[in-house]
Write a protein that binds this ligand. Structure first.
Ligand code: ZN
Length: 442
């Protein structure tokens, strides 16, 4: 455990050299794979399909020959072998908690944790909040759903592990959240980027409260890509008069695997003792070497220390840009910026278009627009015929007659696709407390 003065929560792991990390991971990997083979029929089958023996997996090249695990396989595993699936390598008797994610398909996906798993999550997640600036003297307002959500109880436990004061408020009652922040003198707020914005607007419009006066110094966002969008982050920082930092995680893997430091330039991969991270070309499945400063690809994880629901080469579908240049903070983990979910990417006449990038361009037109938008598609993508219909909500400023055309021009110039922008009145587009939806199917 670190002291208030320390820059790191776990200096040994956070500043470990690349060679030491490789050695540690290659020592743990065969042990984890043997455990999975022995205790989870799902993994035993997958290893048998390629004739792999965990004892022979001695290098990252060996790992790269093993099959990926897809989210759809986990869903099938769970449907066939309820409640957790036969990829779960521990029995319910040894599971102390179950989390669930609703996922994009609507069917909840369950994730079990043993006592050991729960402990490992807490240690790992605590590093990320420390890195984002949480300290024992912080008062932490939890503006995320508690319940089944992996961002709930594990985050609460990590905050307590640091020794900060936890306010487990949750979502659903914005006025209570604001009142509690004020009453308890909260200094940090954890929430989604869309809720951070929503909360500030609701407080202003319904109660005349300027959230910048509440004394929050750190807004810590995650669970959706917005925190990495410069315009979204600038807006959150302006609204709250606070620093905004981002963390990235995955419900099936761990609540948070990467988080920003004080440099605020991407999220350091924080848990090399818990996960092996691979970046792959999503088309070919080939592992991309991290030998240039900016590598773009899909995040793939393999557990090293998981008892209940360990995963082998799990394709997260998160598209990231990895920055491998050294960081002033001294942490050695490469820095990730999530640019979106592979599932969300649109292809317009051969050009990749990320909804988060569209949002960034549209936010540049504030205050004439509110920043809310909805991309309307006739069918699920990824291929979309131009022009792409986008509803853009008007803001406080007086719109001029050429606004829609200027947004279309900016999208064409910056993202190289043609859009048909329809301006709609302020407040018309749905506000969500949790994940912001940027796409609708008409
Ligand atoms: Zn750093």
């Amino acid at each position: 455990m670190s002291t208030t003065e320390s820059r790191y929560f776990d200096v040994g792991t956070e500043t470990m050299s690349a060679d030491a990390i490789s050695a540690m991971q290659l020592e743990k990997l065969p042990r984890q794979l043997r455990y999975m083979q022995k205790n989870a029929p799902f993994h035993a089958r997958k290893l048998a399909e390629v004739g792999a023996d965990p004892r022979d997996i001695r290098s990252f090249d060996d790992l790269a020959k093993l099959p990926f695990t897809e989210k759809s396989e986990l869903r099938q595993s769970q449907a066939k072998h309820p409640p957790l699936g036969d990829h779960a390598a521990a029995s319910l008797r040894n599971v102390v908690r179950v989390h669930a994610s609703s996922g994009t398909t609507g069917t909840p996906s369950f994730v079990g944790l043993t006592r050991f798993d729960k402990r490992r999550w807490v240690e790992c997640i605590a590093r990320s909040y420390w890195s984002q600036g949480l300290r024992p003297d912080s008062v932490f307002a939890m503006g995320m759903s508690i319940g089944f959500f992996v961002g709930g109880l594990p985050v609460a436990a990590a905050v307590e592990e640091i020794g900060a004061t936890l306010l487990p408020i949750g979502t659903g009652a914005s006025d209570r959240l604001i009142d509690s922040i004020r009453a308890m003198g909260a200094t940090a707020l954890a929430t989604t980027p869309s809720y951070a914005t929503y909360l500030a607007e609701i407080a202003r419009d319904q109660s005349g409260v300027d959230v910048a006066e509440l004394g929050i110094r750190n807004v810590m966002v995650g669970a959706e890509p917005g925190g990495g969008i410069p315009e979204v982050r600038n807006r959150i920082e302006a609204l709250w008069g606070a620093r905004c930092t981002e963390a990235i995680g995955n419900a099936d893997v761990i609540t948070i695997h990467s988080a920003e430091c004080e440099a605020g330039d991407g999220c350091h991969f924080m848990v090399p003792d818990y996960l092996i991270m691979e970046i792959i070309d999503p088309e070919t499945g080939c592992v991309l070497p991290l030998d240039s400063p900016q590598v773009e690809g899909e995040l793939v994880f393999t557990h090293l220390d998981r008892q209940c629901c360990p995963l082998l080469r799990f394709r997260t579908r998160d598209r990231v840009v990895v920055n491998t240049t050294p960081c002033a903070c001294g942490r050695t983990g490469p820095r990730l910026r999530c640019i979106g979910r592979s599932d969300d990417m649109l292809i317009v006449r051969g050009v990749n278009v990320w909804p988060s990038a569209v949002k960034d361009v549209v936010m540049g037109f504030r205050p004439q627009v509110s920043g809310e938008l909805l991309i309307s598609l006739p069918d699920p993508g990824p291929k979309v015929d131009p022009p792409v219909a986008i509803k853009v909500e008007l803001g406080d400023g007086e719109p001029d007659s050429g606004l829609a055309g200027r947004i279309e021009q900016a999208l064409r110039a910056k993202l190289i696709f043609s859009a048909k922008v329809e301006l709609v009145s302020r407040g018309v587009l749905p506000r969500t407390e949790m994940k912001a939806r940027l796409i609708e199917y008409s």
